[in-house]
Design a protein. Structure first.
Length: 237
């Protein structure tokens, strides 16, 4: 399938979208920008878009091999992917294996607790509101998702966690937590969307505990791109 970039559609914090000759597909361009704290902290680092495109493309392929359908079709070049055009469900899913980040702030629990089973959380996808934490009833009662869609979202999310947690363990990386987004194609099929990268996942080195993700940017830990490069190095071998 040879489709080319046409008209600009949308620009987000980390990506741009473009139409193609086929209305069922769009092209995603990965940017070099970093944002944190709902866009309050910003930076640009050359090479970041290439790394996130490479990492996300590889992880979507791994998930496909495990039976998880996504919008990903193929990587086109260093910074572009061809994906199915989907309408994003206005929910963000967070799967947590270890306590850290906003969970600790909200509940006052210690950081670094390994949970006896993965924790499934939801946020309402709205930048102006700061993507607030919600319960499943909010999604159902306000029509953001149906019961069937939520059940499928939860099932896919836990499957993604199972596949990636085992995969990264073999790379000496702990999958601490991650964010997922879902979308529906023109036929109403629900599938994984957005990206899977150090922007959307927390990765800790299993030996040293070093952060290999966007927390290096959030917390001013330095060598941000080096962490992304390390993840790409481990999964590209």
């Amino acid at each position: 399938m040879e489709l080319t970039k046409k008209d600009f559609i949308y620009e987000g914090k980390a990506k741009r979208l473009y139409t193609t000759e086929d209305p069922k597909y769009v092209i995603v361009e990965y940017k070099d920008s970093f944002t944190a704290f709902n866009g309050q902290k910003k930076a640009t680092m050359s090479g970041k878009g290439v790394l996130n495109n490479n990492i996300s493309s590889k992880l979507f392929k791994i998930l496909a091999d495990g039976g998880v359908e996504s919008h990903f079709v193929k990587q086109l070049d260093d910074t572009h992917q061809l994906v199915k055009r989907v309408k994003i469900v206005p929910l963000e899913v967070i799967i947590r294996n270890i306590t850290t980040g906003s969970l600790c702030k909200r509940l006052g629990v210690a950081e670094g607790i390994k949970l006896p089973r993965p924790l499934f959380e939801l946020s309402y996808k709205d930048d102006a509101l700061g993507d607030p934490f919600i319960i499943e009833d909010h999604a159902l009662l306000f029509g953001w998702a149906t019961k069937e869609e939520l059940d499928k979202i939860k099932e896919i999310s836990f499957r993604v966690n199972e596949i990636l947690r085992d995969y990264f363990a073999k790379k000496s990386v702990v999958l601490v937590d991650f964010k997922l987004e879902f979308g529906k194609d023109a036929d109403g099929n629900l599938m994984l969307a957005d990206e899977i990268s150090p922007d959307t996942c927390r990765f800790w080195d299993s030996s040293t505990g070093d952060h290999l993700d966007k927390d290096r940017f959030r917390k001013d830990l330095g060598d941000v791109l080096g962490a992304y490069e390390e993840i790409w190095k481990r999964i590209s071998e």
